[in-house]
Design a protein around this ligand. Sequence first.
Ligand SMILES: [Zn+2]
Length: 524
Amino acid sequence: MRGSRFGSVVFVVISLLAALCYNPQLYATGVSPLAAVPVLLLHLALAVTFGGIPGLRWGYFLFLHVAGCALTYFYTLFDVSMSYDTLAWLLETNRAEVDSFVTWPLFLLLCAGIAVSLVHSSLSQSFRASLAGRRYAAMAGLLLLCALVSAEGGRAAFKHLGGKASYEALSMSRIVPVSVVKAAAAYVREERRSDTLAALPDPADAASSLVIPDHEKPVVVFIIGESARADHFGINGYERDTTPRLSVERNIINYGVCRSFANTTRISLIGILTDATIEDRTPRHGSFISLFNKHGYDTAFFSRQNRLGRSGHLTDALVSGAGTVEYLKGVDRDLVTRLQAFVANAGGKLVVLHTQGSHFSYNQQYAAEHRRFMPDTYSNEAMPRDIANVINAYDNSIVKTDAMIAETIDVLRDRNAVVLYTSDHGESLGENGVFFHGTKKVADEQYEVPLFLWYSDVYEKSRPDVVARLRRVRGTPVTHDFIYHTLLGLGGIRSTIASASHDLSGVTAPPLRASGDEAVALTE
Ligand SMILES: [Zn+2]
């Protein structure tokens, strides 16, 4: 009996410590100590409840301590908390990305989490034995009730008193382990969203026409950067020359800073590939790729953002219409090699290249030849301390991107071709202690990306009016909203669904008169 009582005390202590350790948001500035009370009660209630269900006991404690340790690690070091974006990243990431985050300290922490879960789980039986039968069930129920009442009451009170930090710390989306369950539910909803994207109306069904002769269809290459922020590009006035090759290209038209649709890859890609806009975020039509198919272009989507063999990725749903879809291993330069093979024969092409660009970990994104800024080594555990090195590595990744775009241009120099580049989103590099992207904290550097294009001399000869207009509109504040319509314009495609005000080339104004059957398609 005495042993069982001691076990019960340890069980309660571990439950309370777990609540305090796994919810570091409770120690953020401005959070009232009172906010910890409902979190403590909730943890105790969950431990008591699951500890009493033999079939779920071990699974619950393992989940609690492994998820708790991992999340505390990422929150403490990188200010990343569990959200459906974090979970989706975990489920859709590739091996290289996982490798870049798995370090010895994290591994040891997870092992410790498993050990604690075993102890916690076995002690729950002592606890149960010391509180027999009905008293046990009553206590679980009472604790849960207290937790819910105090959480709701506390939240309302904190909000009322203006304690915004406390209010947010008590959000169920923040409290581990509930946050993980909420994120999982959001992810399931998102899988359904992917089905909705796949079922969007096909833009090729609307009236459209080609404004150029068939034999003058160009090669349109659209490069999607990764985590590349505008202010770290030499051509945008960055103090370091991170774009030595692009800065000497003659036919570059640079639009400067472009506002991204979102600060995560998967959401931004929806904005980039469809006609969704930053203001009205619902896409009306599927990707522009099918319009290029309709007008006789060979289309391809080559990506370096490999998946773990999963389907249901939002981007997949949008690019499946491309004639060729390939996920490449290796390095970003392999995209250029693949492009070269794809454009070997004559005729109009649309090629979308999805790069790894400047994705974390930055110093694994480039070869020795791009290492301009040194030292470029840092420890994931101490990025704020190694900030200068982190930025060196990040800048080297931009040098790599500069080379990759220049190599793309080299492949197309003598062709009738145009290349458009933007990044999916930017990246925080320690501003206000924030790193990476996709964070809940609003950080402009995660939304400010480059946007520029290059055209060949042959392209200019074929379409001098378009090039003149593209030059003339420099200085227009640009956003990802322009991508869809500008790409159509660059390919000489007019469509009733295209927005002339978002086409930097000035081509995609709707035809003045739709003829015959096409008029029916106008009513959408
Ligand atoms: Zn991204």
